[in-house]
Design a protein around this ligand. Structure first.
Ligand code: G3H
Ligand code: ZN
Length: 287
C-alpha cells in the first residue's frame, strides 16, 4: 500500500524503533524488498537516488513500476516511494511523477539557501500530500555521485530547517556513505543528542546504514533516529551471490544462463539482508 512516510515514522518514533529505507535499482531489487517487508509485516521505504532513477529510464517509469508491483504482489504493509538525496529540480520532478515522499538534500548550500529552497519544497510537497526529508551537516563519502564532506550538523541549523515543517531530518553525525574506513571514529552520539533536543522530537534519519555496528544503530534509535538508510549492503550481497553462482558454473548448467535464474541468487540475498535489517531496526509486525 503506497503511502507517504509521515505516519510510519511518527509511529516508529513513538514506538522506539526504526524503519528501513532500502534503495532500489531495478525490478529485482524492488520485488525482493517489497516481499520481505510484507512477509515480516513491516513498513518500508523504497529509496531512489537520482542516478538510479535515470538508470531506470526516469522517475515516471519508477513510479509506474512500483505502483503496479505493489498492487500485483498484493502488498498491504505501508510502502513509501522516496527520492533519496534529491536536487531541487529532481524533487519537483518526483512530486510530479507520483512519488509519495522526497528528500531535498540542500546540505551543500550555505544555510540561507538550504532554508529558502527547503521552505519552497515543503509547501510544494505538502500541497500534493507527500512527506519531505531535509538534510543539515553532511554525510561523508560518496553515493551515486553525491559527495559529502562529513561535517557534523549544527543543532541550531537543524532547528531552523525543522521549523520549516519538514517531516523528518537527516543530520550528519559522523556517518559515511559506502564502506566505512578502518579508522572510522564511530557515530557522534553527543551531537545526535544535542540535535535531538533542539529539533522538537522530529523523526531523525541515519544515512550510511551499511557497516554501522548493530549496537550503534540501536543507540541511535534510542536517541531519536526513526529511519535508517541502507544501500551499499544490498549491492554487496547481490554482487557476492551473483559472483558465486557464476564462479560455480551454474550459468552453464541446464538453462542457468536464463536471466531469471541468473538474477535469483542475488535477489534472494537482498531479501535476506532486508530481513536482517528489519529485525535489527525493530520494525517487524509494526505495519
Ligand atoms: O541515502 C542512502 C544511504 O544513506 C545509504 O548509505 O550505501 O552506506 O548504506 P549506504
Ligand atoms: Zn544517504
Amino acid at each position: 500500500m503506497l503511502v507517504n512516510a509521515t505516519n510510519m515514522l511518527l509511529k516508529a518514533r513513538d514506538g522506539h524503533y526504526g524503519v528501513g529505507q532500502f534503495n532500489i535499482n531495478n525490478l529485482e531489487w524492488t520485488k525482493s524488498i517489497l516481499l520481505q517487508a510484507q512477509a515480516m509485516n513491516s513498513p518500508v521505504i523504497l529509496g531512489v537516488s537520482e542516478g538510479a532513477g535515470k538508470y531506470m529510464t526516469g522517475f515516471k517509469t519508477v513510479a509506474a513500476m512500483v505502483r503496479a508491483m505493489d498492487e500485483s504482489l498484493g502488498i498491504t504493509v505501508p510502502v513509501a516511494l522516496h527520492l533519496d538525496h534529491g536536487t531541487y529540480e529532481g524533487a519537483k520532478a518526483c512530486i510530479d511523477a507520483g512519488f509519495t515522499s522526497i528528500m531535498f538534500d540542500g546540505s551543500h548550500y550555505p544555510i540561507e539557501e538550504n532554508v529558502a529552497k527547503t521552505k519552497e519544497l515543503v509547501e510544494y510537497a505538502h500541497d500534493k500530500g507527500l512527506s519531505i526529508e531535509a538534510e543539515v551537516g553532511s554525510i561523508g563519502g560518496v553515493e551515486d555521485g553525491v559527495v559529502g564532506s562529513g561535517e557534523i550538523a549544527d543543532p541550531e541549523e537543524c532547528a531552523r530547517i525543522t521549523a520549516l515543517g519538514v517531516d523528518f531530518l537527516a543530520a550528519g553525525i559522523g556517518n559515511i556513505h559506502g564502506i566505512y574506513p578502518d579508522n572510522w571514529k564511530g557515530l557522534d552520539f553527543e551531537a545526535l543528542d544535542r540535535i535531538h533536543k533542539a529539533t522538537n522530537n522530529i523523526p531523525l534519519v541515519l544515512h550510511g546504514g551499511t557497516g554501522i555496528p548493530d549496537s550503534m544503530v540501536q543507540k541511535a534509535i534510542s536517541l531519536g533516529v526513526c529511519k535508517i538508510n541502507v544501500n551499499t549492503d544490498c549491492q554487496l550481497v547481490f554482487a557476492e551471490a551473483t559472483r558465486a553462482y557464476i564462479e560455480a558454473g551454474k550459468d552453464q548448467q541446464g538453462k542457468g544462463y536464463d536471466p531469471r535464474k541468473l538474477l535469483k541468487p542475488g535477489a534472494d540475498a537482498i531479501m535476506e539482508k532486508v530481513r536482517e535489517k528489519i529485525e535489527l531496526f525493530g520494525s517487524a509486525n509494526k505495519a
